[in-house]
Each structure stands twice: as structure tokens, then as C-alpha cells.
Ligand binder design. Structure first.
Ligand code: BGC
Length: 416
């Protein structure tokens, strides 16, 4: 038995993203893609978890479980539905969410961009457009001028490297293939751009896309700091543990460099890096190897490999040298006992990092509730709160009570 006490002020939270939980994010690019026939999305997000309407009771529920923070995203497509025209009611909405978190004792952490973008931005070149960094910074400035004095931290961009993760790991085909799909072409058509010009965030995998994203981050941080110099700012990265199988040393090192390190090298001046880790990815000389035979696989098709979190925290800290906030870690499963096992082992890794003096600021479980898992729709269940899709009823899973208790006491005992 090992007893763990976490540092004072350790953040214990859960996360959501606007598009995945709010419902009816109709001005966004992903919403459009979901509606097209031949879409890559197996089902549309529809009314999602109605978190847009139900946020107050959802936040109260999370607080009652014992958490002390909540990471949620504000939606650019709602806040700036037309280029240059900002919606007061959308800003008021997120302002109320922030107030609600504070009233419930949850420290609000906001994400400015979590995969979805306004459709007009895509018409302006999307995540390869030369004006996108400045447009993002203007939006960031607007949001921070309203919310900035009341929040505890900002993640500018969620998973800056997601496109590279999805294609390099074989989870998505190459962009050339994606661009031929009927759903992609139809969405491009609907916005009056060509299939090549259509560039939503998740697919910005080229070097120019990467540079656009990182420039958007930097320009947003500069704007944020000019308004709220002390507000903690960072970017989040999908940092799966990239490991070499037989003969795969070179290719694994290449992927580690291109998918993780090039980003980590550019954020050494940030206040923190958000580490988001779910599993490990193995490579041999032919490329991605897929799950090892005999290793349990989660409902996402990933290896059940919670130890990846420790490795990725270490890698992020080694390269970027700044404090690490675990902004996402979790598992899709319908067997809630496996969730508890997964998080137990992940937290053991967090403890090992803390023991070695790595500044880990907190642990955020993905996700607060079962939600819209992008292309895979509503099947994968990441939540500690189950949502009845017919009635929108909420029920807390055992794992939610268990993790909330750890959060409340800031300590736990593991039988490892
Ligand atoms: C994303 C979430 C997603 C989660 C689980 C992360 O890549 O930030 O939006 O739902 O992983 O797949």
C-alpha cells in the first residue's frame, strides 16, 4: 500500500469542450462537416449534453463531488459568429459560467480554441490562412477583456499538434485521401472554397499549418498578457508516449521530434504546458504498429496504457522546462472499474514525477461527462458522469465519486 499526499494547491479537475457538450454549435466548421452526406462524422452532435443550458447544475454537481477546478472551452463560433462582430450574449454566457464556477468553489480554466472554428475563418483560409493568428489574437483579447480578471488560467489552443498525431499514428488517412471524401468536398463547397483550401484546425498538419497555429498561440498570449499580465497562459499538446518496437528506434525518434518536440521547443517561455495523454504509440521500421497482442484495448481502440502519462509529463518537462498541468487524461470504457484502475495507475505516475521534483500543477480528467467524441459520435464513454441521451438525465459513475474523494482530501492510498 502506498499513501500519497499531493502538494497544497494541487488542481483537481475535469474537462469538457464547448462543441462536445453544449449542443447546436451551428456556426462552426465541424458542425457543417457533420451535416454533409458522406461525412467523416458517424453522427451529428445535435444538442449534445445541453451543457449550454444546463451548465449551472453540471458545475454544481462537479463541485459537490470534490473537485476544485473546471476546464471548459469558450466557443469562437458563438462569440464571433461573423468576422469582426462579437456577440455580447455569448460573452455574457461564458461570463456566467465563470461566475458559477467561482460561486461553487471551482477554479475556472478556459480554453480559447478546442478544435472548432467559425465557418467564416475557414473561408478566410482556416488554419493555413495568413491572417488567422491576428484574427485569433483579436478574439482572445475580446474574451480576456471580459473574463480575464476572474479566471485562473488560459489554454490558448487545445492540442496544437492533433493533426500530426492523428495522421502519423495512422488513426486518420493522409490529407490527400481525406480531401477526396464526399463529405469533405461537400463542406468545402458549402463554404465556397476548394477542397484544398478547406482547412479546419484538426487537419492543419503541414509545416505552414503548424506555424499558423503556433503564431496564433504566441500572438494571443501577447494580447492576453497586455491585459492581464499575471494570468497563467499555456497551450495544450496531445503527447502520447511514442515508443520504438523492433527496428523502430529511428522512426519513433522522428515522430517524437515532429509530433511532440518541435512544439515543446517553442513554448519554453509559457507559464505551463498542458499535457494530454491517453496511451502509447508504438512504431517499428514500417510505421505505426497498433496495439500489442495481449494488451487490453480501450473503446477508442488504444492500448490500455496509463503509464504513458508519466512518460509524457517527463518528456514535456525535459524539453520545455516549464510547469506541467495535466489538462486531459482518461479512458473510454463502459466498465467503470477499468476507469478507476486506469486513473489509479496514471496518478501513480503523476506522484513519481512529483517525487522527482517535476512541477506538476494538477490533474484534469477527460471528461466530466460522456459526450460527442468527434468523428466517433456518442459511442465512446469518457465521462465520470453518464448522460441519458433521451432525457439528458445525469448520473454520477462510481469513478466520479472515487476521484472526487481523492480531490477533496488531496490524498489517496494505492495498493501498488
Ligand atoms: C481532445 C478531446 C477528445 C479526447 C478523447 C483529446 O484529443 O482534446 O476533445 O474528446 O482527446 O479522445
Amino acid at each position: 500500500m502506498a499513501k500519497y499526499q499531493f502538494p497544497d494547491g494541487f488542481l483537481w479537475g475535469t474537462a469538457t469542450a464547448a462543441h462536445q457538450v453544449e449542443g447546436n454549435n451551428t456556426n462552426s466548421d465541424i458542425w457543417l462537416m457533420e451535416q454533409m452526406s458522406g461525412s467523416m462524422f458517424v453522427e451529428p452532435s445535435g444538442n449534445a449534453c445541453e451543457h449550454f443550458e444546463r451548465y449551472a447544475s453540471d458545475i454544481a454537481l462537479l463541485a459537490s463531488l470534490g473537485f476544485n477546478s473546471y476546464r471548459f472551452s469558450v466557443e469562437w463560433a458563438r462569440i464571433e459568429p461573423e468576422e469582426g462582430s462579437f456577440s455580447d450574449s455569448a460573452l455574457e454566457h461564458y461570463s456566467s459560467m465563470v461566475d458559477c464556477c467561482i460561486a461553487q468553489g471551482l477554479k475556472p480554466f478556459i480554453t480559447l480554441h478546442h478544435f472548432t472554428s467559425p465557418q467564416w475563418l475557414i473561408q478566410r483560409g482556416g488554419w493555413e490562412g495568413s491572417d488567422t493568428p491576428a484574427l485569433f489574437a483579436r478574439y482572445a483579447e475580446k474574451v480576456i477583456s471580459v473574463l480575464g480578471s476572474r479566471i485562473n488560467g488560459v489554454c490558448t489552443i487545445n492540442e496544437a499538434n492533433i493533426g500530426r498525431v492523428l495522421t502519423s499514428s495512422g488513426m486518420l488517412p493522409s490529407l490527400d485521401i481525406i480531401r477526396q471524401t464526399p463529405g469533405w468536398r461537400a463542406a468545402a463547397n458549402a463554404l465556397d472554397v476548394t477542397a484544398d483550401e478547406f482547412m479546419p484546425f484538426m487537419f492543419a498538419i503541414s509545416e505552414s499549418g503548424r506555424q499558423t497555429i503556433m503564431a496564433a498561440h504566441r500572438q494571443a498570449v501577447n494580447c492576453i498578457k497586455s491585459i492581464q499580465p499575471a494570468l497563467s497562459c499555456g497551450i495544450t499538446l496531445a503527447v502520447q508516449d511514442i515508443v520504438a518496437g523492433p527496428g523502430g528506434e529511428e522512426i519513433a525518434a522522428k515522430h517524437r521530434r515532429e509530433v511532440n518536440e518541435v512544439y515543446l521547443n517553442e513554448i519554453t517561455e509559457d507559464d505551463f504546458v498542458g499535457v494530454q495523454c491517453y496511451s502509447r504509440h508504438r512504431y517499428d521500421s514500417n510505421g505505426p504498429m497498433g496495439p500489442e497482442s495481449g494488451v487490453e484495448v480501450t473503446d477508442m481502440g488504444y492500448e490500455f496504457w496509463p503509464e504513458a502519462l508519466e512518460q509524457t509529463i517527463r518528456q514535456a518537462y525535459d524539453v520545455a522546462g516549464i510547469p506541467v498541468l495535466v489538462t486531459e487524461n482518461g479512458i473510454a470504457t463502459t466498465d467503470d472499474r477499468r476507469r478507476i484502475d486506469y486513473v489509479t495507475r496514471a496518478l501513480t505516475g503523476v506522484q513519481a514525477c512529483l517525487n522527482d521534483g517535476i512541477p506538476v500543477l494538477g490533474y484534469t480528467y477527460w471528461s466530466a461527462m460522456d459526450n460527442f467524441e468527434w468523428m466517433l459520435g456518442y459511442r465512446p464513454k469518457f465521462g465520470i458522469i453518464a448522460i441519458d441521451r433521451k432525457t439528458q438525465g445525469r448520473s454520477v459513475k462510481q469513478s466520479g465519486k472515487w476521484l472526487g474523494d481523492i480531490a477533496r482530501t488531496n490524498a489517496t492510498t494505492f495498493s501498488v
